[in-house]
Design a protein around this ligand. Structure first.
Ligand code: MN
Length: 469
């Protein structure tokens, strides 16, 4: 047993194998029989169990390794992993982003227990194929860690990685930090050293999705969330530092001046990302723990939606609060694939301010497409409540904001190559409305009544109860 002993105050999500123990101990880990199929069968079972339990697949297709999915497929599980209640989840994450804790380097790393110099990815690792029209097997929960040569700064992000050959991956790089580091190297016709880390603890997994400035190493957010430096180790073939207690590390390079076909691949909006010429990773070495556990995220599942959604909520909340003191909370709804639909809760906005909030929210990220602003008497984590506010507090001729031809998500098939419209609903009560007009009905005592004290569960016959004695 090489796992960390969890000390006092260490959140349950600080260690992957410990988190699996935690899930198993609370009946939230389904272990399948040995040898299920990597092609579609793993994803089929993971999807059926999505949100109910994580799923562990011992030795799929007789492979030496095993697969796990659905580690964080409820909002409440994420809070649990962080050791906080659900209401504090977003704020806890945002505070960690603002107070990073530098990692600590160690020489003796469990992730380097087994070393493969001769790389055949599908021989070494159990890599599933998920959706019907996916081009093949994909690494979907790999943290791509890159290092800027000039500054030594690291960046962490998750990219879909197609297995294109025994030692080759195809990568989709969106225009963010990894791409910036790569273009700096490619300008000099040089490759960018990277590592792809699979099977990390839940805190590091969440940290990888933080929206923080270029140059801030997302691994330091994991340190803040665990209240102690994350243990990292140097890769064997390059200078990238990787989580020492991870399950698997794929060391390699993003190759300069080379592009190859990648896709199609089933993405978070529940559609396929198209096949196109994309970046290429050459793999130099693979290291892993003994009996490695390969984490896979099935596209469009709750784990996929929430992993992107919660860190975005944290970033959008702090961004909006800087401009609008009336903003209390934000939520990216699951129906809006945790990316496109943002609900914003405001407290007593000034006349017209809800519309400014809409404009500000639409500008925080190109993925945000529809914004709904509600008052504090609306539970913005309940889509039915938000719809109620739109149904009863919104008029299309005065409360609607539409912006044409702006940058949206390329994965939204209703856009023209990523360009589309934005929309905002101001579903707040108009300032100066008469007191009773928008007052929500309420039965006094409803929330407080003790049902066990008032309901007589011993009586078997309602007729006896109503009979005159
Ligand atoms: Mn970054």
């Amino acid at each position: 047993m090489t796992d960390h002993v969890q000390g006092e105050g260490v959140p349950p999500g600080a260690d992957l194998r410990g988190w699996l123990d935690h899930l198993a101990g609370t009946d939230r880990l389904s272990v399948t029989r040995t040898g299920l199929g990597l092609r579609h069968e793993v994803a089929a079972v993971a999807n059926r169990l999505d949100g109910t339990s994580a799923s562990l697949f011992p030795h799929p297709d007789g492979h030496p390794g095993s697969v796990v999915s659905g580690l964080l497929s409820q909002r409440s599980w994420m809070a649990e992993a962080l050791g906080v209640d659900e209401g504090s989840l977003v704020r806890t994450f945002e505070e960690a982003c603002l107070s990073p804790v530098p990692w600590a380097e160690v020489a003796d790393a469990p992730v380097q227990e087994v070393v493969h110099d001769d790389v055949d990815l599908e021989q070494i690792l159990p890599i599933p194929t998920h959706n019907e029209h996916d081009s093949g097997s994909y690494i979907t929960a790999g943290l791509l860690i890159s290092r800027q040569r000039s500054t030594g700064a690291q960046n962490v992000s998750i990219h879909r990685l197609q297995v294109s050959g025994p030692d080759r991956l195809g990568a989709l790089l969106l225009p963010r930090h990894t791409l910036r580091f790569f273009e700096e190297r490619e300008n000099d016709d040089e490759d960018l050293d990277i590592a792809v880390v699979v099977g990390v603890d839940p805190l590091t997994l969440m940290s990888s999705q933080a929206i923080v400035p270029l140059g801030q190493d997302e691994l330091e957010i994991s340190g803040a969330l665990r209240g102690a430096p994350l243990r990292v180790t140097r890769c064997l073939t390059n200078d990238v530092r990787v989580p020492a207690d991870a399950e698997i590390v794929i060391e390699g390079r993003l190759v300069a001046n080379r592009r190859e076909p990648e896709g199609p691949f089933g993405e978070f909006p529940q559609y396929y990302g198209e096949r196109a010429e994309r970046h290429v990773i050459e793999v130099d070495r693979v290291t892993h723990r003994r009996d490695p556990v390969f984490h896979t995220i099935v596209g469009g599942g709750l784990e996929h939606l929430l992993l992107g959604g919660i860190p975005r909520e944290a970033s959008f909340l702090s961004h909006l609060r800087r401009s609008f003191p009336c903003v209390r909370d934000v939520h990216l709804s699951l129906g809006g694939v945790s990316r496109y639909h943002l609900y914003v809760q405001v407290d007593s906005p000034q006349p017209g301010e809800a519309k400014n909030v809409i404009l500000g929210a639409l500008a925080t990220h190109y993925d945000i497409k529809h914004v709904t602003v509600v008052d504090t008497d609306v539970d913005l984590h309940d889509p039915r409540e938000v719809e109620w506010a739109v149904a009863t507090r919104f008029q299309a001729d005065s409360d609607l904001v539409v912006v044409e031809g702006s940058q949206g998500s390329k994965l939204d098939p209703s856009t023209q190559a990523g360009v589309g419209a934005k929309l905002g609903f101001d579903a707040t009560v108009p300032v100066g409305s008469p007191d009773m007009k928008f007052l929500r009905i309420r039965v006094p005592g409803e929330a407080e009544v003790d049902l066990d004290a008032v309901v007589d569960r011993s009586t078997g016959d309602w007729r006896n109860s109503v009979a005159t004695r």
